[in-house]
Design a binder for this molecule. Structure first.
Ligand code: NAD
Length: 309
């Protein structure tokens, strides 16, 4: 399997490491407009591979060597400065995606390539990338709320003293400030969350749920405050998505892809089945009326931002 990564900043470099560590990729091509940065990343990772398995890692200064890629990850673009929202990056990163996607498409096999979009604001960049690439929507996949859902599962795991692996709970909508927690569909193992709380005598009142929502929404801001950027969580999410595609695992992930066409086109995160062909199905989880309204509001915000570019 051949994976190319465009953009080798904090996120792209961590993604390269995490994808390499899946052990599923035999060739990785790294491109950044800062050629020295890409070369340094390739060199460093090449040394690291001596401790794991043989993989060909090449830094390139043009797009031709990405030919034959099964997956292209786009992690280039400006990141949030402390206090900035993801939406503040809209125009800068629309220009970056508009620069990259046509160059990628000129060099890959459009019949099979999958694009993974990481650049923020994520959902709008997915819509733009799908429009520019002309690929089927199912093969332009944003990491969406995979990371937000992981953050929710981690918090619930501590709160409920159950492994994150047994927590099926999703954050849906925008990968941004308007994302919503789909409490109505949350299950612990096969047991709905409310029943689980009754059976284990754990209290999860509305105030606690609001605190959890606040922590999920603000996780990125807190990490950026302390670390300057976020990279480990998103890198693990991309590696998980790559694994799911390469192994045709058909797992349910909250990725973002475009549904609908024309003025009704919209990318947002919903539970979707992901396999070798990308997104193979989208599911409609149980939702109460407040959650449904919140999801609609999130969709309107994404569409409004898309219309601005
Ligand atoms: P960074 O500034 O560390 O790196 C960005 C890299 O992109 C730089 O190396 C730069 O040279 C490169 N680049 C910019 N324009 C380019 C172009 N036209 N062609 C090729 N390379 C180009 O930023 P980062 O922290 O790595 O973040 C990258 C993106 O990922 C940001 O948009 C950030 O908001 C996003 N992000 C998304 C998630 C998520 O969950 N989806 C999580 C974290 C970060």
């Amino acid at each position: 399997m051949k994976v190319s990564i465009i953009g080798l900043g904090s996120v792209g470099s961590a993604v390269a490491t995490a994808v390499k560590n899946t052990g599923l990729v035999h060739e990785m091509v790294l491109f950044d407009r800062d050629g020295m940065r890409a070369r340094a990343a390739a060199e460093d990772l090449g040394h690291a591979s001596a401790f794991s398995y043989d993989i060909k890692i090449t830094a390139v200064n043009n797009y031709r060597p990405i030919r034959g890629s099964d997956i292209v990850v786009i992690a280039a673009g400006a990141n949030q400065r402390p206090g900035e929202t993801r939406t503040d990056l809209l125009h800068k990163n629309a220009a970056v995606i508009s620069d990259i996607v046509p160059r990628v498409m000129a060099n890959v096999d459009s019949r099979r390539v999958k694009l993974i979009i990481v650049t923020n604001p994520l959902d709008v960049m997915v819509m733009l990338a799908q429009d520019l690439s002309k690929l089927p929507a199912s093969r332009v996949i944003g990491t969406g709320t995979m990371l937000d859902s992981a953050r929710l599962r981690a918090i619930l795991s501590r709160q409920l003293s159950v492994s994150t692996q047994s927590i099926n709970a999703y954050v849906l909508g925008e990968h941004g400030d308007s994302s919503m927690i789909n409490w109505s569909s949350a299950c612990i193992g096969a047991v709905p969350l409310n029943d689980f709380c009754k059976q284990t005598k754990i209290s999860l009142p509305a105030t606690t749920r609001r605190t959890i929502e606040h922590r999920v929404h603000n996780a990125a801001y807190e990490i950026i405050q302390g670390r300057g950027a976020t990279w480990d969580g998103i890198a693990a999410a991309v590696a998980d998505l790559v694994r799911c595609i390469i192994n045709d695992e058909c797992r349910i992930l909250t990725v973002s892809t475009v549904d609908g066409i024309g003025t009704r086109a919209l990318a947002m995160s919903l539970p979707r089945i992901v396999g070798m062909d990308g997104v193979v199905a989208t599911l409609s989880p149980k939702m109460d009326s407040a959650e449904a309204a919140s999801l609609r509001r999130s969709g309107k915000i994404i569409r409004k931002n898309y219309d601005l570019i």
